[in-house]
Design a protein around this ligand. Structure first.
Ligand SMILES: Nc1nc2c(c(=O)[nH]1)N[C@H]1C(S)=C(S)[C@@H](COP(=O)(O)OP(=O)(O)OC[C@H]3O[C@@H](n4cnc5c(=O)[nH]c(N)nc54)[C@H](O)[C@@H]3O)O[C@H]1N2
Ligand SMILES: Nc1nc2c(c(=O)[nH]1)N[C@H]1C(S)=C(S)[C@@H](COP(=O)(O)OP(=O)(O)OC[C@H]3O[C@@H](n4cnc5c(=O)[nH]c(N)nc54)[C@H](O)[C@@H]3O)O[C@H]1N2
Ligand SMILES: [Mo]
Length: 765
């Protein structure tokens, strides 16, 4: 049997696609990758999955004018009919309601390939066509994104500009990881991971005798093979721990009084708060203990330990994906300022060391392959996670980062490359909100929960069916992605779909810029090459790169230490904050007068946590972490993810004592519930998880039966509230629930089914 081999790339790794008789049979990891992800082969399975959307389809009820977008059947139509209908709807809504009637933020990860990056293409198309309502911010670090510019003048440390691992390995004596360093998350990087570097750096850290402290509700956040101190903490209380540590440094005069004087503003206000001058509550270790559940002696000794030697304080992104998620990040910076090692090799604060692959990987700051994105002429956007609020309350004012805005009235939703019926909180609320628009258009490769709630579904190719160029700013490679198999069914590339729609609207040449797919691959690569040449870094010409399948970027030319220059000379190299310094108290934020985000880092209990009165009714704190065996909801039906299910349901980790108190045994089917909804799950007893906490991964394809999700999508339980009026980020990690054994016969799981498809009749037009 002849085999052909094709280089390609996914967010979870670079690989060679091996094809036999037109079928993708295996994905072999990129040769240079020392720790490839087991997710690689799941995509081979998904490309040929029976769940593929094979033909354009229109929801039956939409043709009849109803907006009940669940459980409906679909009429398969020709591409021409589908495209005419989409073009017609776009033109109608634009004419009658303007850009403010079209929601095209289309949040989601899309593909690693940058030419065919669906979210970039949909925005290019809608912006060029007159604009739309966009989404700003992200679900990953939404609170940090709008907080950090006020505090340190940049978001770059949370998107990966942290002190290099090489600096850490030579200088750091102890790493304190709030949220731990779960290797499961370091499998992926947006744009693709050529090298999986974290396992290697951790092994070197261990061999160098660097201490590791993991502050987390679960031991599973300690990477395998690492000898770490585990400090179990009540979820959402890291701010109190950091305050207790800061107070310890202050009361024992161990803090760096000179650094906070020369490099920070607002230290006095912060000290007054720590001492209780404002609210009568001293934030000492004893107090912090009562909030966090950590012994006061542990808090005091951790504070002494981080100040006595070179320490790196790093926090997982998950900490800020919670109500008042701004606070732990601001408190971490304030604590690090008092420790006084910001800007020193291996010292200070960092974020997300295991939230993505390659955080801290030394690199040259070079341009990557990028598709140009025009401006949105409508100038409209909502904070990314406020989608259900917008749909349910058009015309209502809301506060965001110091300004007042009004929600637009959406008539048409257009999505490609993301899945709100995976990613958004309080799915039952979103289901209600989803009934409001007149039309929903989706491009998808599979019949996902989103596709099954669309009015017009256009089948999109997967990256294996097209040519592309991919790469992440954190990775030392840029990759060629060769088409490995022909488009499955009648699938078309998102690019071609938008080009065909642009033709109908009269701006095809603007959309394509006259370039074919290969022209675009060449164009984005050559753009990167020119940018690199400008910085003295030669890359091979496109044809050589394409034939080789990748190009290596040169190693880092210097060691990056976050805020090194600012530390050396704060006057000459100020931060981009109003004061030029680190703002331990921000006049700007104080001026917003938000009680949910005051002028300095503050312990603000979320509505739902184990110390809340509500915990009397809902005694378990649910954390919804990133899944080990898939990327969000992608590849959930593939064997790797499927085989991890319990009785066909998403697992839920539970402490054995909590399970015993409820008569739940390992492997039992359970119902997880609160006032917002309920889901089924399979119990996985875990003595390494603290009592009172349960954990589910996100991404099980939702399967609603009324308000019960039969599969185990935890977003039926999470709260749809902004982190604060400052950032309006998602608060996914602040949810209380209870669990019971599910005694009734297990209902069938229907999420991985294709909806009823009716063959195309004669064209309607
Ligand atoms: N409870 C809870 N919820 C969370 C989180 C949490 O921690 N807890 N985390 C949040 C975070 S950080 C994130 S980033 C989001 C992730 O949310 P999303 O990025 O929306 O999740 P994905 O499942 O990756 O959805 C991507 C979709 O795009 C489709 N797709 C991929 N490539 C293409 C393409 O080329 N063309 C087209 N047309 N479609 C394509 C895939 O099939 C998939 O359905 O979830 C958020 N939700
Ligand atoms: N395999 C895989 N990897 C992924 C993804 C995926 O879908 N699959 N998604 C990627 C994306 S889009 C993102 S944004 C990143 C997200 O990266 P993170 O936000 O860092 O990931 P999480 O898994 O949500 O959380 C990390 C750990 O934080 C701990 N934690 C949660 N709440 C608290 C708390 O209040 N206090 C403390 N101390 N610890 C807490 C949890 O135990 C959890 O294991 O992951 C990326 N990596
Ligand atoms: Mo994310």
């Amino acid at each position: 049997m002849t085999q052909t081999r094709h280089p390609s790339l996914a967010h979870w790794g670079a690989f060679t696609a091996v094809v036999e008789s037109g079928r993708l049979i295996r994905c072999e990891p990129f040769v240079a990758d020392a720790a490839p992800s087991p997710m690689l082969n799941a995509i081979a399975e998904m490309v040929h999955s029976p769940l593929r959307v094979k033909r354009p389809a229109v929801r039956r009820g939409w043709l009849e004018g109803n907006r009940d977008r669940e459980g409906d059947e679909y009429v398969e139509v020709s591409w021409d009919e589908a495209l005419d209908r989409v073009a017609g709807e776009l033109a109608r809504v634009r004419r009658d309601h303007g850009a403010a009637g079209i929601f095209g933020g289309s949040y989601g990860w899309s593909s690693a390939g940058r030419v065919h990056h669906a979210r970039s293409l949909i925005r290019r198309f809608l912006f060029q066509g007159g604009g739309c309502v966009d989404q700003i911010g992200n679900y990953s670090w939404g609170a940090a994104q709008f907080l950090l510019p006020h505090v340190i003048g940049t978001t770059s440390p949370v998107s990966g500009d942290v002190t290099d691992w090489t600096s850490v390995l030579r200088h750091t004596r102890v790493i304190v990881a709030f949220g731990g360093l779960p290797l499961k998350n370091a499998q992926v990087t947006s744009g693709g991971a050529g090298l999986h570097s974290l396992p290697g750096y951790l092994a070197q850290a261990r061999d160098a005798g660097i201490g590791l402290v993991v502050v987390s509700p679960t031991r599973a956040d300690i990477p395998p093979g690492m000898d770490a101190q585990w400090i179990p903490i009540r979820p959402n209380t890291d701010t109190a721990l950091m305050l207790g540590m800061a107070h310890t440094l202050l009361s024992e005069s161990r803090h760096d009084a000179s650094f906070v004087h020369t490099h920070c503003v607002g230290f006095d206000a912060w000290v007054a708060y720590l001492r209780g001058d404002v609210d009568g509550q001293v934030k000492d270790a004893q107090w912090a203990s009562s909030v966090t559940g950590i012994g006061p002696d542990v808090i005091v000794s951790l504070a002494r330990r981080v100040v006595a030697q070179r320490s790196l304080l790093t926090a997982a992104w998950a900490l800020q994906r919670a109500e008042h998620g701004e606070q732990p990040y601001w408190a971490l910076i304030a604590l690090a300022a008092m420790v006084g090692q910001i800007g020193l090799p291996g010292g200070g604060f960092a974020f997300g060391h295991a939230s993505l692959n390659s955080i801290g990987q030394p690199r040259r700051r070079l341009p990557g392959p990028e598709m140009p994105l025009p401006r949105n002429p409508a100038g409209l956007a909502i904070p990314v996670a406020r989608i259900a609020d917008m749909l349910l309350a058009p015309g209502t004012p809301y506060a965001f980062n110091g300004a007042e805005h009004v929600y637009p009235d959406i008539k048409l939703i257009y999505w490609a490359g993301g899945n709100p019926f995976h990613h958004h909180q309080d799915q039952n609320r979103l289901r209600e909100a989803w009934r409001t628009p007149e039309t929903v258009v989706v491009h998808e490769s599979w019949w996902t929960p989103l596709a099954r709630r669309a009015d017009i579904v256009l089948p999109a190719t997967t990256p294996l069916e097209r040519c592309d160029v991919g790469g992440s700013a954190h990775d030392p490679y840029v990759f060629a992605m060769h088409r490995a198999v022909v488009p499955q069914g009648e699938a078309r590339n998102d690019f071609d779909i938008f080009a065909a729609l642009a033709r109908r609207a009269g701006f095809e040449d603007t959309f394509t810029a006259g370039r074919s797919e290969m022209d675009w691959c060449r164009h984005v690569y050559e753009g990167m090459r020119a940018g690199c040449a400008h910085r003295g870094v030669p890359l091979p010409a496109f044809d050589a790169f394409w034939a080789q399948g990748h190009a290596a970027l040169p190693p880092a030319d210097s060691e990056y230490v976050l805020f090194e220059a600012f530390r050396r000379d704060p006057a000459a190299r100020p931060l981009s904050t109003p004061s030029g310094r680190i703002e331990l108290h921000s006049r700007t934020i104080a001026g917003f007068d938000y009680d949910d985000c005051p002028g300095h880092p503050t312990w603000l209990p979320p509505r739902e946590w184990l110390g809340a009165a509500l915990a009397g009714k809902w005694p378990l704190h649910l954390l919804t972490q990133q899944p080990k065996h898939r990327l969000h909801s992608q590849m959930d039906p593939a064997a790797l993810s499927r085989n991890d299910k319990i009785q066909g349901r998403e697992p839920i980790s539970i402490n054995p004592d909590d399970a015993a108190a409820r008569g739940i045994g390992n492997g039992d089917l359970v119902r997880v519930y609160n006032d917002r909804g309920a889901c089924l799950a399979g119990a996985r007893l875990d003595a390494g998880l603290m009592a009172g906490v349960v954990i589910m991964a996100t991404g099980a394809w939702s399967d609603p039966d009324g308000r019960l999700d039969r599969h185990g999508n935890p977003n039926v339980l999470t709260a749809d509230i902004g982190t604060s009026r400052l950032a309006q980020g998602p608060s996914a990690q602040s949810a209380l629930v209870d669990i019971e054994r599910y005694e009734a016969p297990a209902p069938a799981m229907r999420a991985w089914e294709v909806p009823a498809l009716v063959a195309a009749g004669p064209s309607k037009d």
